[in-house]
Each structure stands twice: as C-alpha cells, then as structure tokens.
Design a protein around this ligand. Structure first.
Ligand code: HEC
Length: 159
C-alpha cells in the first residue's frame, strides 16, 4: 500500500517534469519564430530599399534624393544582418524559415557573405551621393551580387 502511494507520487512528479519541459520547448519555439519573423521583415526592408534604387534607375530622371535615402537605409540594415540569425532560429526550431543549416554550420563563410554585403552597401551609400550615374549603376550591380551569392548558398529556394 505504501509502495503504491509512493509510486503514484512518483508518477505525478514525472508528469510535472514532462509538462514543464514541453512548456519550455514551446517557449523556445515561439522565440525562434519571433526571430525568424523579425529577420524576414528586416530583409523585406532591405529588398524594398534596393528595389527603390533599381526602379529609380530604370526611369528617365532618377530621383537622387530618393536613391540616397534608400542607399543609406541599406547601409544601416547591412550592418545589422549579423544580429538577425540567433542560434536556434533555423528549421530545427520548427519555425518557417528559408535559412539553411549552413548559416550556422559554416559560420565563417556566412560571416564573410555578411561582410561582402556591408562593404558593397557602404560603397553604394557613398556613390549614391556622388551623382555619378554610371558608377552608381556599377555599384548597384556589385551590391546585388552580394545578395545573390549569399542566397545561393545559405537560403533555401521558395517552395
Ligand atoms: C549573408 C547572407 C545574405 C545576404 C548578404 C543577403 N541575404 Fe537576403 N536572405 C538571406 C537568408 C538566409 C534569407 C532567408 C531568411 C529566412 O527565411 O529566415 C534571406 C531572405 C531575404 C528576403 C525574403 C524575406 C522574406 O520575406 O521572407 C529578401 C527580400 C532578401 N533576403 C533580400 C536581400 C537583398 C536585397 C540583399 C542584398 C542587398 C540580401 N537579401 C542579402 C541571406 C542573405
């Protein structure tokens, strides 16, 4: 009889531990999904600013003030990219993300890809205020190349 009660008590303790464990796993999953959502939102802004520049350059009389503002925004966002990929915010968290596991398993390569973007976005910001359209077009191309090379290696294709 005492044994049975003891067993039951043990059972409740185990159940309690399991509930606590799954609650903290759910919390971690929410944190990961929040990180992914913030990251995707930030990339949308980066992409939006880049589109503004490309759209202006397509037209006959590009608005240099608009281009300058967008280039400055890109430069600022590029500097922050390294903070957008906290460990545990990959697909293993269950979050809906296109970031490949290589972002974390090849951290050195990914950091280099981040630096390439930062270097070219900083140049873009400088060239945008120079008024030299030929140089600006060339720098837009160089910057776009850093987006593509990172996406090719570290982003899963759209499903
Ligand atoms: C260092 C790597 C890297 C660089 C550089 C990079 N990206 Fe990305 N980008 C990613 C990854 C990884 C994702 C997937 C994020 C996710 O789904 O969690 C992504 C996602 C995006 C998205 C989709 C966001 C969404 O709505 O889900 C856009 C748009 C985007 N990037 C634009 C750009 C542009 C424009 C540039 C260059 C100016 C750029 N990226 C440079 C790695 C990079």
């Amino acid at each position: 009889m005492t044994k049975l009660t003891g067993g039951r008590r043990f059972g409740w303790v185990v159940a309690g531990v399991l509930v606590a464990a799954s609650a903290s796993a759910a919390l971690a999953a929410t944190a990961a999904q929040n990180a992914v959502s913030a990251r995707q939102e930030n990339f949308k802004h980066l992409g939006g600013a880049f589109k503004t520049i490309n759209d202006e350059l397509k037209g006959g009389s590009p608005d240099m003030a608009k281009i300058g503002a967008a280039a400055a925004q890109m430069d600022q966002l590029a500097a922050k990219v390294p903070t957008w990929f906290p460990k545990g915010s990959g697909v293993e968290s269950g979050a809906k993300t296109r970031a490949l596991p290589e972002v974390w398993s090849d951290a050195a390569g990914f950091a280099a890809a981040e630096r390439n973007l930062q270097t070219e976005a900083a140049k873009l910001d400088k060239v945008a205020s120079s008024g030299d359209l030929a140089a600006l077009r060339a720098q837009v191309k160089a910057t776009g190349g850093t987006c593509k090379s990172c996406h090719d290696k570290y982003r899963a294709p759209e499903k």
